[in-house]
Design a protein around this ligand. Structure first.
Ligand code: P6P
Length: 339
């Protein structure tokens, strides 16, 4: 059984040009994930301290759970503690955070993250997740960090991953050489390799969407859902509907079993709900590295040129054939969301 730390070092050795900085960065994330996992597991026991609402709102106007703030602070501190990262952007931070100090001015990387996605599920003991995305900075070492460092298209990602705090806790990541999953063993205090080279089935029979919003969906989505629900033995339809209400959990299940997750545009959310930079791009990188696909219904998610930190996008991600079929219906019955 190989641990995540051993695997990172082993993989680094396969690339002579590797300097070890990305390995060190990934180890920072690993460490913060262990701490957050511990607090999530005891949230039910310490509602007054770590559970429930923080009483404040993030830039999205969403009520911050105490664990949202705690997870954000833990990952931010872990990333600042070493010298590989010059700044971060987070769903829980209004603006990007530059790590201003001598020891960070020459750092090569920026990290964008959703420190605790789906946190409203914690109080009802439903799984939640952390999502992260790593880029090389655009600004020159020694110069100030700028917004340009963060507004990069997903195709520039160096690495991406997620932690799913579920029935077991897993860390899944890619550095562009496949997708690898590690399961946390609390008796060892280590993430151990459990899913090397994850491949998402090209075809699947699971669709994940909040059908409560059906009336607001674009016609292309409505037509696709009816397609999923029709009986057709050859294509194993009707498909199964599975929606946990926690993006990382729905995504992780679909990665292993095949399936599609959709959060489309709707009348009350013209660009959907999910965030391009720290939710859709990292999961798109993982999906593509595992043989899957991610689009906004019309174009590849990772080719979208970002214009703001917290911008939203309609999102179709999962098994390639399923995303392509949904895109066919979107092209035939709907049009791209307004820029
Ligand atoms: P809805 C959680 O708030 C989240 O960002 C994702 O984790 C989840 O898939 C989605 O929103 C749920 O949104 O509108 O269906 O409740």
């Amino acid at each position: 059984m190989i641990t995540l730390g051993e695997y990172i070092v082993k993989k680094q050795a396969e690339y002579p040009s590797a300097t070890g900085e990305l390995s060190s960065l990934l180890s920072s994330i690993r460490r913060a994930a262990k701490v957050v996992n511990r607090e999530i597991n005891r949230a039910g026991l310490a509602v007054d301290i770590i559970g429930g609402s923080s009483g404040s709102e993030n830039v999205q106007g969403e009520v911050q759970q105490k664990l949202d703030v705690y997870a954000n602070d833990m990952f931010k501190a872990a990333l600042e503690a070493r010298g590989e990262v010059c700044g971060i952007a987070s769903e829980e931070e209004d603006h990007f955070v530059a790590f201003d100090s001598e020891s960070h001015s020459n750092a090569k990387y920026v990290v964008l993250m959703d420190p605790l996605d789906g946190s409203s599920n914690i109080d009802v003991n439903v799984s939640v997740g952390t999502i992260f995305s790593i880029y090389r900075r655009i600004s020159k070492p020694g110069e100030p960090v700028t917004m340009e460092d963060f507004l990069q298209p997903g195709i520039n990602q160096i690495a991406a991953g997620y932690v799913v705090y579920g029935s077991s806790t897993m860390l899944v990541y890619t550095t562009g050489h496949g997708v690898h999953g590690f399961t946390y063993d609390p008796t060892l205090g280590s993430f151990c390799l459990s899913h090397e080279n994850i491949r998402i089935p090209e075809e699947g029979t699971i669709y994940s969407i909040n059908e409560g919003n059906y009336i607001k969906f674009p016609d292309g989505v409505k037509k696709y859902l009816k397609y999923c629900q029709e009986k057709d033995d050859a294509s194993k339809r009707p498909y199964t509907s599975r929606y946990i209400g926690s993006l990382v959990s729905d995504f992780h299940r679909n990665m292993l079993k095949g399936g599609i997750y959709i959060y489309p545009s709707g009348t009350s959310a013209p660009n959907g709900k999910l965030r391009l930079l720290y939710e859709c791009n990292p999961l798109a990188f993982l999906a593509e590295q595992a043989g899957g696909k991610a689009s906004d219904g019309f174009r590849r998610i990772m080719e979208i040129k970002p214009t703001s930190l917290h911008q939203r996008t309609p999102y179709f991600v999962g098994s390639t054939r399923m995303v392509e079929k949904a895109e066919e219906f979107m092209t035939q019955y709907s049009s791209p969301a307004a820029e």
